[in-house]
Design a protein. Sequence first.
Length: 304
Amino acid sequence: MIDTALRAELRSALVKQELSRGGWSYGRAPTQAALEPTCLALLALRWDSSPARALGLEFLLGMQNPNGSWPAFSGDDSEGSGLTALAVIALINNGEMALQTERGVEWLLRLKGRESHWLWRWKFETTDTHVRFDPNKFGWPWLPGTCSWVIPTSLSIIALKQGFVCCKPEQVSFRIGRGKEMLLDRACPGGGWNAGNGVVYGVPLAPHLDATAVALLALGGEQSNGAIAFGLDWLERRAATCSAPWSLAWSILALDAYGRPVEALLARLCTLTDKGFVADSATLAAVIMAIDCLVEGNVFKVIV
């Protein structure tokens, strides 16, 4: 049973960490607002009617670049960042299905990993073979002009699945399909996902908890296969001994989305929170969403 007093305490702490002009930074001290903690905070507070949420939404909408993307930090990255998908997810789940959201989706549809270009496909297929992946299966990069990575690809798939996009359905379907293919292609041989590729220089890489969790959330609702099953089993085993609130929170969200039991993990997460292990706004928001997933629903769970 989740302690309601703890839930209220965590929400209050998150609200207090909002910057005076809106938005959240990674640290507790007032610094530059960042997109990731701002979006995660708005997702954690999505059912609140507080002035903090309204100010945060106003700030997020004001951060948007003219091209429809969002920068990773306020005032930076005028060409956009792969975290634009997280901004779209935050706006959708806060009921902001407005022009800014549509422009964000349009930008995501234009953004592709560098390996999608025929010249780079030729390079990866012929000369640069140190990494093992199929360049025909591409997703989304962290920054325009770079290769696809697991987390921005996963977040973009979730954003497009949640977006109920009425225009360009074929393009949306194509990009979701290619993104899923990329994730499955780059799974680690032993289960789970690394930040980028599963094998480099012939050596299998170790999976990461947060990358594995976000990839599984993106693949939610898909027909189960070996990569998904192995990833879930690896995540469940590894989460059982995890003591990092950030990784444990994301693990809970992913396992819950697949119907795996998370009550014991939630109890441990609450214990870690009681000990003051939550050090930044992004982690605090992720913890709140994990604790709330059995009460208010899992914001990242995708059915189709």
